[in-house]
Design a protein around this ligand. Structure first.
Ligand code: PNW
Length: 449
């Protein structure tokens, strides 16, 4: 970590923490919640590293008031959570489960009572299982069911949610959920997963219209991006880097910002109907950017099914996930977005940034996590540097408030500012929580220069 003081951030810069429903809520059977694809997946042997499920997770469903108090203690001005579609519409469509909406209303009112802006993500990968049985995101109808669900949530909370986020990381849901099968629903379609991209984006566009009809709050999507580091200097390496950039960084953003789908990947786009691209390109108020690390890419071996090969980057410190710690990648990424999309680019909020380490309480019950402090320090400086370069960034959300259930990694990866003992549910703020509290307090106190 640098010892120089953190550069100032503008007044009104949004300071937040992020979570998602299936990763923290638990209470899988409470109050009429239906099953999601992640219940099915986690309960299938061999899918999750430690064999765990999100049945209980952080039990946030019952402990939400304690968790909001932790946020208030941290001094954040916003909280990004996700709404579990199967709590609101247990069959994915049709009958509304009022008790599910009641939970989010309690949460939102608790946040507002502490002066924290509720930022609601509508889809963080927990598709209602009955919709999966009807084809899931391979079925165009799911886009319409998503807009129906957005309308139901906005009808209840549209006056109080301060920022809507339609989808979380549609690229990861397509690629890991439907391309390689590492995530739910576990399909292995590789590039034949393209309809999952298109139907998610169509659902996004239809949901934007539904949200705007019920709520005057701004609307965003949260995409994940990874700046590409080309390894090797052959023309084939450059072409591989370009292909990976089109897949990871442009496939969702190009059509959202009115440019249609990138053509260089050779996707079969027959599912795209007349008018769809106009629905998808509905103006966005904010672009949510989730950033974890850059990706090393080189030319593939002869006969590879993919037009690139991913290569681990050397020379960086690594997190417990073995992800490289590269704050320069965040500055580069923000600069790339700014150059690539120019005046079409809406203001950006960093909707996820964080790291996993093997944090354990010491003999005094404290949880020192100096590596996370260094990570956040470096990434906040990178954001500030990008802002000085001219990129309009208006907020930063740490992933995550709590240690939680990390998808296929189960409970083995701890991303929290707050340690959770999964046996008892006990929460212990780590040293990074105290550090970030001071950073936020200084930033909120600082007059604009
Ligand atoms: C994001 N990858 O997921 C999600 O939005 C969070 O729910 C998750 O907990 C967080 O990042 C940390 O993983 C990702 O394999 C999952 O590249 C996997 C990848 C990237 C992001």
């Amino acid at each position: 970590m640098q010892t120089a003081p953190m550069p100032d951030f503008p007044t009104g810069f949004r300071w937040g923490v992020s979570t998602s429903a299936y990763q923290i809520e638990g209470a899988a059977d409470a109050d009429g919640r239906g099953p999601s694809i992640w219940d099915t997946f986690a309960h299938s042997p061999g899918r999750v590293l430690d064999g765990s499920t999100g049945d209980v997770a952080c039990d946030h469903y019952h402990r939400y008031a304690e968790d909001v108090a932790l946020m208030a203690g941290l001094g954040v001005t916003a909280y990004r959570f996700s709404v579990a579609w199967p709590r609101v519409l247990p069959a994915g469509t049709g009958r509304v489960n009022a008790a599910g909406l009641d939970f989010y209303e309690r949460l939102v009112d608790e946040l507002l009572g502490h002066g924290i802006d509720p930022v609601a993500t509508l889809f963080h990968w927990d598709l209602p299982e009955p919709l999966e049985e009807a084809g899931g995101w391979l079925n165009r109808d799911t886009a319409h069911r998503f807009a129906e669900y957005a309308d139901v949530v906005a009808a209840r909370l549209g006056d109080r949610v301060k920022l809507w986020i339609t989808l979380n990381e549609p690229f990861v849901h397509m690629s890991l959920g439907h391309g390689t099968g590492e995530h739910a629903p576990g399909r292995t379609l590789l590039f034949d997963a393209f309809p999952v991209a298109h139907h998610q984006l169509l659902g996004h566009g239809l949901a934007v219209a539904a949200l705007r009809a019920r709520s005057s709050s701004p609307v965003a999507i949260a995409n994940n991006y990874s700046p590409v580091r080309v390894l090797g200097d052959g023309a084939a390496d450059g072409a591989a880097g370009h292909a990976y950039e089109a897949l990871h960084n442009r496939l969702f953003t190009d059509p959202l910002l009115g440019r249609g789908y990138p053509t260089e990947l050779g996707f079969d786009t027959t599912v795209v109907r007349d008018g769809d691209l106009d629905v998808i390109a509905a103006p966005l108020d904010v672009l949510g950017v989730n950033y974890y690390n850059p990706t090393g890419v080189r030319a593939p071996e002869e006969g590879s099914p993919l037009p690139f090969e991913l290569v681990p980057l050397t020379g960086y410190p690594r997190t417990a996930f073995d992800w490289p710690v590269a704050p320069d990648g965040l500055r580069d990424l923000l600069g790339w977005l700014h150059r690539q999309y120019g005046s079409d680019l809406p203001p950006i909020q960093i909707t996820e940034s964080g790291c996993a380490y093997d944090d354990t309480p010491d003999a005094d019950g404290r949880v020192p996590d100096p590596d996370r402090i260094a990570y956040l320090d470096g990434h906040l400086r990178a954001v500030r540097a990008a802002m000085a370069d001219g990129v309009d960034v208006t907020g930063y959300f740490v992933w995550s408030l709590l240690d939680n259930w990390e998808w296929a990694e189960g409970f083995t990866k701890r991303f929290g500012l707050v340690h959770v003992d999964f046996a008892t549910g006990a929460r212990t703020p780590k040293s990074s929580y105290s550090w970030l509290r001071e950073v936020i307090a200084a930033a909120r106190r600082e007059p604009p220069r």
